[in-house]
Design a protein around this ligand. Structure first.
Ligand code: SF4
Length: 228
């Protein structure tokens, strides 16, 4: 595991848990609105050693009860399963943030009981998926990951980062049949200042009020609808 960053505490990224966040190095997408392009490469100038992370985690027993594995894209790492297993062995719950491009990896993690919660990106409607990813995307992979989550017994969330140059509010509304029946669906406005694509840094994001205007269509069909 190549760890590019560590956030020592979050109250908002793992539902009902106080958690830390591990940011893994490397991503297979190039989303123009990505706010962490430093994590795109597998190379990291000064990675945090696993031993340092696990020493930290042991010291937080009783203070934290979960760990979020985010990125980058964590499923690119062949040792993700053993990393999650070690976190479980220390008594912490695990949450995986993923773009869903590697469903076979996700399937194995679910089969092995190594993830307690998954947050998966839903970048766009499936017919326009590549517009939000910066690269060509095998959209069937995302569909397969979503099917795995639907068939699993764990809690999960789909989340869409909304960018006015990439999504219209009608595009977002068109996600309705994809998200129907999921336990949690979140819309988040992109953060212009940190966007990977310099052209987006002067783009005004949708307001919370504009995204909230979609609540009436999503709230009846998902377990919990959130705008942030
Ligand atoms: S926003 Fe896109 S490019 Fe950035 S880490 Fe997530 S999947 Fe990768």
């Amino acid at each position: 595991m190549i760890i590019g960053g560590l956030q020592k505490c979050t109250l908002v990224d793992f539902p009902e848990r106080v958690a830390c966040i591990v940011f893994t190095q490397g991503c297979n997408l190039r989303c123009p609105f990505c706010h962490n392009p430093k994590l795109w490469s597998m190379e990291c100038g000064s990675p945090i050693g696993e031993d340092i992370f696990f020493t930290f985690l042991e010291s937080r027993k009783g203070l934290l009860d979960g760990a979020v594995i985010s990125g980058g894209e964590p499923t690119l790492h062949g040792d993700l399963g053993s990393f999650l297993g070690k976190i479980h062995d220390l008594g912490f719950a695990t949450k995986l943030d993923t773009n869903g491009l590697l469903p076979d990896v996700l399937a194995k993690l679910l089969d092995d009981g190594l993830v307690d919660f998954v947050a998966m990106d839903l970048k766009h409607t499936f017919s326009s998926y590549g517009r939000a990813c910066g690269v060509e995307v095998p959209v069937e992979a995302v569909e397969k990951s979503l099917k795995l989550l639907r068939e699993s017994t764990i809690d999960y969330e789909l989340r869409t980062t909304v960018v006015p140059t990439i999504h219209s509010l009608d595009d977002v509304a068109a996600l309705l049949p994809i998200v129907s029946g999921v336990p949690r669906f979140t819309l988040q406005a992109f953060a212009p200042a940190a966007a990977a694509d310099p052209k987006l840094r002067t783009q005004k994001p949708f307001t919370v009020e504009q995204l909230e205007s979609l609540r009436e269509i999503f709230e009846p069909v998902v377990g919990k609808f959130t705008v942030r």
